[in-house]
Design a protein around this ligand. Structure first.
Ligand code: GAL
Length: 811
């Protein structure tokens, strides 16, 4: 280790009777990498946004991130929830940033704190507090003194909070990196010279805060020194920083994509994701962050951007419920281990690029005559290839990278997935993995919302108004009430047909004529504006027209919101109507019931498939907006998407012709033993008696490994090679769960996939062998060899073992 580079400040802290040693960690950078305590590092990072789950869950996510081979946790800081009212700060519960950072440290990981304060992130108003909008003379994200003053105040508030808690690396904390602004480079041109001056100012201001760790700006080609400009995108191998003194870093590597109501569900095959990561490190990258590693949930009204759904699962390696998403989590873990084995040559040598054929190349890193690492890439979409490298031949599937930590042995190929697969719990296995109980037998009551302006805090205006200016984002709803006079004489009990046309800039509206619902209009994520055109029947004289303009956000809000119907305090109020005649399929209605909390610790969700559009609360906490009646287009999906070739957010979609989301996560920590209050506000019409409560009480897991697959990457030892050359099929259940049964186990040429394996023409039933090794275990490993499993058909060269098992919590 280069000691001259290493800065150790060791001091003692005395607290009561015991003392704790605080070790300061220095963080600088050079042209190659971040240099931590004098050592250049390869770092794998993952985004976890603290308010998108509950604090009780943070430690388990970080534990899984650590086990998955991450070094760093990245988060934005969400200004609007930390300073909801100017000058009044909030850092509690899901917004306890200090606790979050300390938990990351506890798990042995570093932190990249993206303070912004602009976040984007499909977060309400991009993270800006709404009050900012109303400061006279303010202009966001440009060289405007009023904005700059507020931005500086918030940046220093956060930096000082972190300093006071000793959370920067130099203070013994986990924070090694900070971000100012976010992807400003994409919009800078629109601000002209003001944009350039602003970026210069933002850089100087950030550096002036003296965090003692490096700052980055993402997607910002002109990031001023010493700020590192970083890449965001699906691939970043072609990226170069704006100065030779800065390392090549990737701050947003999209593991999938976000979900919007009315859209199919995006996913990104792990073979492509691993390929993108391997190409990045192959071409000199040294820091990479998965956006998201755990996406979580947009609780309450935190989702931002038109029609963003409540689930922010993102097809991340850890799913919305905190379970590992396999094979993504496992394959990336294997990849991280393989790259870690190349760390020394990668950070200390320059690459030699070798042409190996069309779309084929190698990058070789020679640290010394003894230490050498190589990456072999086939970046063609279609053709597999065999290449010759240093006298040996290597098979390279199309769109894949092989990693050779000694320039000789392949220990990982991005297209070869040997890690476990989990079945989605909404697939074939629903009945065995989900415990579903209908809430129809629960005692329901309801409250019918008034149509139109209901209180005396309304005002008059001509025409429709800009919604945020009026609601100040305190509600999604804005009522307009007007009337049309029909002068013509129309016979009693008869009406005249007329056409009504509403043009809206978004996101949805309900139209009532004489208090009857006559129309529902809505936009979509890409274009939230819409026209609502309906034929209506008017009678003679005055006809009342009410329009409820909704944001997914002139009277602000609904009466029910004003009353606070979602709150526990009103649970027993007589405002609610009880009875057997529950109104069904009604617009603007509130429903309430109580349900018993499911026992145990397993994930809980509400199935709101029977409902239209609205919001739901459990014990007064909003679990988010729902919109089950908005189906995605029926075409464009490919259940098995070819990972080969350039990925984009619309390439791989599932759930066409279905709602984007029907299951809504209810965090365990929001439930209490015994009775829990559920309040639903339905806007357009649904059937609450079909709502069910779901607990995931099992998981179907599978593995499929062939005799000629590689042994697991973690059995590679630098000076020894693979400890054993035999591949392994490994299975693991979530902590606290155990393998309760084996559904399928065949050695030979099994066909099909997880959930639908069938024996092939060559088959030995190895159920009893697998059962003996795995039954009752949380995890198990089976060697894939004839010696262990028998030899069903000696003339078949490449036999595979396929296993399907069920995990359950021990009763
Ligand atoms: C990026 C942005 C992120 C997030 C992402 C899409 O452009 O920086 O905050 O919004 O897009 O999920």
């Amino acid at each position: 280790m280069n000691l001259s580079r290493t800065l150790f400040i060791v001091f003692l802290l005395f607290e009561g009777n015991f003392c704790q040693r605080v070790v300061s960690t220095s963080v600088i950078y050079d042209s190659k990498a971040l240099v931590i305590d004098g050592k250049r590092r390869i770092l794998q990072s993952g985004s976890v946004h603290y308010p998108r789950t509950t604090p009780e869950v943070w430690p388990e996510i970080f534990r899984k991130a650590k086990e998955g081979g991450l070094d760093v946790i990245e988060t934005y800081v969400f200004w609007n929830y930390h300073e909801p009212v100017r000058g009044e700060y909030y850092f509690r519960g899901r917004f306890d940033l200090v606790r979050f950072v300390k938990e990351v440290k506890q798990a042995g990981l570093f932190v990249h704190l993206r303070i912004g304060p602009y976040a984007c992130a499909e977060w309400n108003y991009g993270g800006f507090p709404i009050w900012l909008h109303f400061i006279p003379g303010i202009q966001f994200r440009t060289t405007n003194n009023i904005f700059k003053k507020e931005m500086e105040l918030f940046l220093s508030k956060i930096v000082n909070l972190m300093k006071d808690e000793n959370l920067f690396a130099t203070q013994g904390g986990p924070i090694i990196l900070a971000q100012v602004e976010n992807e400003y480079g994409n919009v800078e041109w629109a601000y002209g010279i003001g944009g350039q001056l602003y970026i210069k100012w933002a850089a100087e201001t950030a550096v002036g805060l003296n965090t003692t760790v490096p700052w980055v700006m993402c997607a910002q080609e002109d990031a001023p020194d010493p700020i590192i400009n970083t890449c965001n995108g699906f691939y970043c191998d072609l990226f170069t920083p704006n100065s030779p003194s800065k390392p090549k870093m990737w701050t947003e590597n999209y593991v999938g994509w976000f979900l919007a109501f009315g859209y199919a569900v995006p996913f990104r095959p792990v073979e492509d994701l691993a390929f993108a990561v391997a190409r990045f490190f192959e071409t000199g990258g040294t820091f990479q962050n998965y956006y998201m590693y755990f996406g979580g949930t947009n609780f309450g009204r935190t989702a931002g951007g038109p029609l963003i759904a409540t689930s922010y699962d993102y097809d991340a390696p850890i799913n919305e419920y905190g379970f590992v998403n396999q094979p993504k989590w496992g394959h990336l873990r294997d990849l991280h281990i393989a790259i870690r084995h190349c760390e020394e040559p990668l950070v200390n040598a320059n690459a030699t690029q070798i042409f190996l054929g069309k779309n084929l190349e190698a990058h070789v890193y020679h640290k010394s005559s003894k230490e050498c690492a190589a990456f072999l890439a086939n970046y063609g979409n279609f053709s597999d290839a065999t290449v010759l490298f240093k006298g040996n031949s290597y098979f390279l599937p199309a769109w894949s990278v092989s990693i050779l930590p000694d320039c000789k042995n392949v220990i990982f190929n991005t297209a070869k997935v040997v890690s476990q697969t989990n079945l989605d719990n909404d697939a074939l296995t629903w009945n065995i993995t989900m415990h579903e109980s209908l809430l129809s037998s629960s005692p329901w009551s309801w409250y019918k919302e008034k149509v139109g302006i209901w209180g005396n805090n309304s005002f008059q205006a001509s025409g429709l108004l800009e919604q945020i200016n009026i609601t100040k984002d305190t509600s999604d709803f804005l009522w307009y009430t007007t009337s049309i006079n029909v002068n013509e004489k129309i016979k009693k009990n008869q009406t005249k047909e007329a056409g009504l046309l509403i043009g809206s800039l978004g996101h949805a509206s309900l139209l009532f004529v004489n208090e009857r619902l006559v129309g529902f209009g809505y936009g979509n994520h890409d274009d939230a504006s819409f026209m609502l055109s309906v034929k209506v029947n008017l009678h003679s004289g005055s006809n009342r027209i009410d329009v409820l303009s909704m944001m997914v956000g002139l009277q602000v809000g609904l009466e029910g919101e004003f009353l606070g119907l979602e709150n526990l305090t009103l649970a027993n109020s007589s405002i609610w109507t009880k009875g057997s005649a529950m109104p069904n399929n009604q617009s603007l209605i509130w429903y309430k019931t109580v349900f018993l909390a499911p026992e145990g610790k397993a994930p809980v969700s509400l199935n709101l498939a029977s409902m239209g559009k609205g919001q739901a609360w459990v014990n007064g906490q909003s679990i988010g907006r729902y919109w089950s009646s908005y189906l995605s287009p029926s075409t464009g999906c490919s259940e098995s998407c070819d990972y080969r070739g350039t990925y984009d957010a619309s390439k791989c979609l599932k759930k066409c012709g279905q709602p984007a989301q029907i299951l809504y996560h209810v965090p365990r920590s929001w439930l209490q033993p015994g009775e829990n209050l559920l309040v639903i506000h339905e806007e357009i019409g649904g059937d609450p008696l079909k709502i069910s409560l779901l607990t995931q009480n099992g998981q179907v897991i599978c593995g499929r490994v062939s005799e000629d697959d590689l042994p697991p990457t973690d059995t590679w030892e630098p000076s020894v090679g693979f400890v054993s050359t035999i591949p392994e099929l490994r299975l693991a259940c979530e902590p606290g769960w155990y393998i309760a049964s084996i559904h399928f186990a065949s050695f030979g040429t099994p066909e099909g996939k997880c959930g639908a394996f069938i024996p092939g023409s060559c088959h030995t039933n190895v159920l009893s062998i697998v059962q003996k090794i795995c039954f009752g275990k949380q995890r198990c490993s089976i060697s894939v060899s004839e010696a262990k499993l028998g030899d069903p058909c000696p003339d078949v060269m490449k036999k595979s073992l396929a296993v399907e098992a069920l995990c359950r919590a021990l009763e």
